[in-house]
Design a protein around this ligand. Structure first.
Ligand code: AMP
Ligand code: ZN
Length: 114
């Protein structure tokens, strides 16, 4: 989608620190990490937010979780644990309107979030 920074990361217009890519998803380190390990996993297709999931596109979610499953092992945070976060909409704190899952690990995380 034109003007979307994550679409621009997917197509290489904006550089990123890539962790993983396949035909459906792209994973890269967050530019402003909130934990020692903080990366994002996004669908290559532009999906605005969790609100825009439907029967036709929801299969991407299981694929994203399988990719996360592999990356947390590769990055050595699977055993101690980590947090998967999706911020949706204004109250959810979503600042980039392209569906993404944060994966945070490498330290003990607080709960509840602010
Ligand atoms: P959210 O607030 O849930 O929409 O998360 C957006 C995330 O994208 C934030 O954690 C930002 O630090 C991150 N971010 C924004 N621009 C970039 C970029 N160019 N490369 C990597 N991460 C980014
Ligand atoms: Zn996009």
């Amino acid at each position: 989608m034109e003007g979307c920074i994550f679409c621009k990361i997917v197509n290489g217009e904006i550089p990123s620190n890539k962790l993983y890519e396949d035909d459906k998803v792209y994973a890269f380190y967050d530019i402003n990490p909130e934990a020692p390990t903080h990366f994002l996993v996004i669908p290559k297709d532009h999906i605005e937010s969790a609100n825009a999931l439907n029967e036709k596109n929801v299969d991407i979610i299981s694929h994203i979780f399988m990719v996360i499953n592999k990356l947390v092992v590769d990055l050595g945070i699977s055993d101690k644990g980590y947090r998967i976060v999706n911020n949706c909409g204004e109250d959810g704190g979503q600042t980039v309107n392209h569906l993404h899952f944060h994966v945070l690990g490498g330290r003990s995380l607080q709960w509840p979030p602010g």
